[in-house]
Ligand binder design. Sequence first.
Ligand SMILES: NC(=O)c1ccc[n+]([C@@H]2O[C@H](COP(=O)([O-])OP(=O)(O)OC[C@H]3O[C@@H](n4cnc5c(N)ncnc54)[C@H](OP(=O)(O)O)[C@@H]3O)[C@@H](O)[C@H]2O)c1
Length: 291
Amino acid sequence: MKIMIVGADGQLGSDLCRVVPSAEQIPLTVREIDVTDRERTAAAVAKYAPQAVINTAGYHRVDDCEDHAREAFAVNALGAKYLAEACRAAGAALMHISTDYVFAGEKQAPYTESDAPGPQTLYGISKLAGEFCVRYLLKEHFIVRTAGLYGRAGCLGKGGGNFVENMIRLAKSRPELKVVTDEIVSPTYTRDLARKLYELAGGAEYGLYHIVNHGRCSWYDFTVKIFELLNEKVTVKPALAAEFPAKAKRPRYSALANARLAAQGRDDLRDWPAALRAYLIESGHLREGKQ
Ligand SMILES: NC(=O)c1ccc[n+]([C@@H]2O[C@H](COP(=O)([O-])OP(=O)(O)OC[C@H]3O[C@@H](n4cnc5c(N)ncnc54)[C@H](OP(=O)(O)O)[C@@H]3O)[C@@H](O)[C@H]2O)c1
């Protein structure tokens, strides 16, 4: 099976390139396929004739989206539309990556695929618009909502690095870290997500899926766990999101549940602490066997 990976040098895209066998992958960066360009997107999909396209492209600097809605919609909504059209013309399935930020964040239990979205940011609105475009235009689609991604390549769209690396770096230069307790998320290792995406692309029911590492935590809990696993003494102080004013208001609660995967007997993702530990080992921060 030939799988086109859009955003192949991104955080998730890089792990997809590690997981999908090289004979099966067509890895494309923004230089080879810019999803905001309708003609070039159609031409690239037609040229490579993949059976499936995985779209990891995103404009996801959440605060910037508030002032740059045009750019956010160009990538997150129109880009998804152009890819769906291109896939339809080429007879390919489309796996489109979306976000927990499509939810309002008022629920007190993990959001499932049957919960109604209610985005509270331009980022979330543009991603939800992308979901609708894909659903509308192409029956052979997977929409995969995920959350709190961290991976070895770091997040290109947010200037490189990821939450884990940022905390490790900050801890070297600050006497203490202050991290929020009132944003509850499902942090997810891109390697684990990539494995599941590849499995689904190989043959699963089309439609909407949530895919995250199991469990939920605040960013504060997550940070404490990073240094606990590294066995490093770092003072992590609890803080409230209101102490870090930002343009876009993050959902207070956006943990996801892999309900559809579970119903299909496919939910074998690991718990977030186990995934975090694997990341720390695979990224060279922790030696295997330690802890
Ligand atoms: N990071 C998170 O915590 C998180 C959480 C939930 C959902 N998501 C979603 O997951 C997806 C992957 O996230 P990620 O963390 O892997 O992001 P990333 O590291 O920024 O990767 C995105 C990739 O898409 C490329 N790209 C950007 N604009 C493009 C365009 N117009 N056409 C083609 N490619 C383009 C980027 O290239 P350049 O950077 O070179 O432009 C990059 O290679 C995104 O759709 C995001 O919305 C992310």
